[in-house]
Design a binder for this molecule. Structure first.
Ligand code: ADP
Length: 374
């Protein structure tokens, strides 16, 4: 029995705990609150903030390997532990270039991967070669679109920069994408790389609302994404699962938007629609078990996030029952005690007997009309 320590106890760790049960592994989570989603399903818990290195040292004492649920980690504080032999997977060197959005863009560019034009925001800003809209991003601690600002003119840009104050940020070109795509990829200790089916993600207000599986793209685009995933995971010598988000323009140009060095929301469909889920795959790779098959086990699927739309404490039982009654659906409820607008409370995956995009969108609309009373 392997013991895996997870820094973070949110829904990603909770879904990993579900996968651990089938793999003769158990999870110990480091998370600040007793009510965090993964606490109930973990074998053991260290109640501490995720950047508390003393707590991570305790976690290391109890576990064979330590992994991450999110990228908001204190790398410097973990380095001495790695030097003393604590096994972090993915390794800290794999994470280092990715934790800051500006560093990440620089790293991708050095690898020759396509990224939007970008510059760091420090000191005087010369906008001569830029046209509006532009995008400003906080370099760290952004998630679900928090810290990302799409700005239509100079005035809006000035206001945002003022609000950001001393927060390190970057400026990048706005990509008028036709679609957003994503792929989950995994790499084993032995260097085997697998890439999951590419999906289309749809964001509203910069938050993922739904994921259409598989993305309706040409073989050439799919192969380019697979090649990007391979280049990236190999050059970083990743062990574990990463999420890769991309823009596809109407002229067929592909650009990498962001790398998530962990399991990712765009891969939740894999729990039901793939032979091996991203969570099982992550545990397999970090525990040196054989790599699982990432293929679809169905023709198509659609995943819809259940986002909070009010400040409340209810568990939305009746709505969840209605969602579960949709043929082919599976509802995941993260058990969060507080709902607030935009918060990810759960998700629904509906398996389809067609890869048809319109049908997937129609099902998504049905789920959303039940969930949002619209
Ligand atoms: P986060 O890390 O918070 O998820 P992202 O940088 O991925 O933030 O941005 C969230 C969303 O904002 C993206 O999915 C996309 O819809 C939009 N977005 C981000 N960067 C750009 C860009 N350069 N051009 C156009 N849209 C963008």
């Amino acid at each position: 029995m392997k013991r895996v320590g997870v820094i973070g106890g949110g829904q990603l760790a909770w879904m990993m705990a579900g996968a651990a049960k089938c793999l003769d592994t158990e999870l110990v989570v480091q998370t600040p609150n007793k009510s965090d989603p993964a606490v109930a399903d973990a074998a053991d818990v260290i109640l501490a903030p995720i950047d508390n290195a003393a707590a991570t040292a305790q976690l290391a004492d109890r576990c064979d390997v330590i992994t991450f649920e999110n990228e908001f980690i204190n790398l410097e504080a973990l380095k001495p532990m790695a030097t003393e032999g604590v096994c972090f997977r993915p390794g800290l060197e794999s994470l280092a270039p990715l934790l800051d959005k500006y560093d990440q863009r620089c790293y991708l560019q050095r690898l020759g991967l396509p990224v939007p034009k970008f510059i760091p925001l420090n000191g005087k800003l010369d906008l001569q070669n830029w046209s509006f809209p532009v995008v400003v991003k906080a370099r760290r601690h952004g998630y679900d679109g928090q810290g990302t600002f799409i700005l239509k003119d100079r005035q809006a840009l000035g206001l945002t920069l003022q609000q950001l104050g001393q927060t390190p940020a970057l400026l990048e070109e706005f990509i008028p994408f036709e679609r957003e795509l994503a792929a989950i990829a995994a790499r084993s200790v032995a260097g085997e790389v697998v890439v999951y089916p590419v999906v289309e993600t749809q964001q509203e207000d910069r938050v993922c609302r739904r994921v259409l599986v598989p993305a309706q793209i040409t073989i050439a685009v799919r192969e380019r994404i697979e090649a990007i995933a391979r280049t990236l995971l190999e050059s970083l010598e990743v062990v574990g699962v990463f999420g890769i988000e991309l823009f596809l323009t109407s002229s067929g140009k592909l650009l990498v938007n962001e790398i998530a060095p962990r399991t990712h929301n765009s891969g939740h469909f894999t729990l039901d629609a793939c032979v091996t889920s991203q969570f099982e795959q992550h545990l397999r790779t970090i525990c040196q078990l054989p790599v699982g098959n990432p293929a679809l086990n169905c023709t198509g699927a659609v995943m819809i996030n259940l986002l909070g739309y009010e400040v409340a404490t209810g568990d939305y039982f009746v709505k969840r029952q209605k969602l579960a009654a949709i043929p082919g659906s599976r509802v995941y409820w993260y058990g969060k005690t507080q709902s607030r607008p935009g918060r990810k409370l759960g998700h629904v995956t509906v398996l389809l007997d067609t890869p048809n995009r319109d049908e997937a969108l129609a099902i998504a609309q049905k789920v959303e009309s039940i969930w949002y009373n619209s």
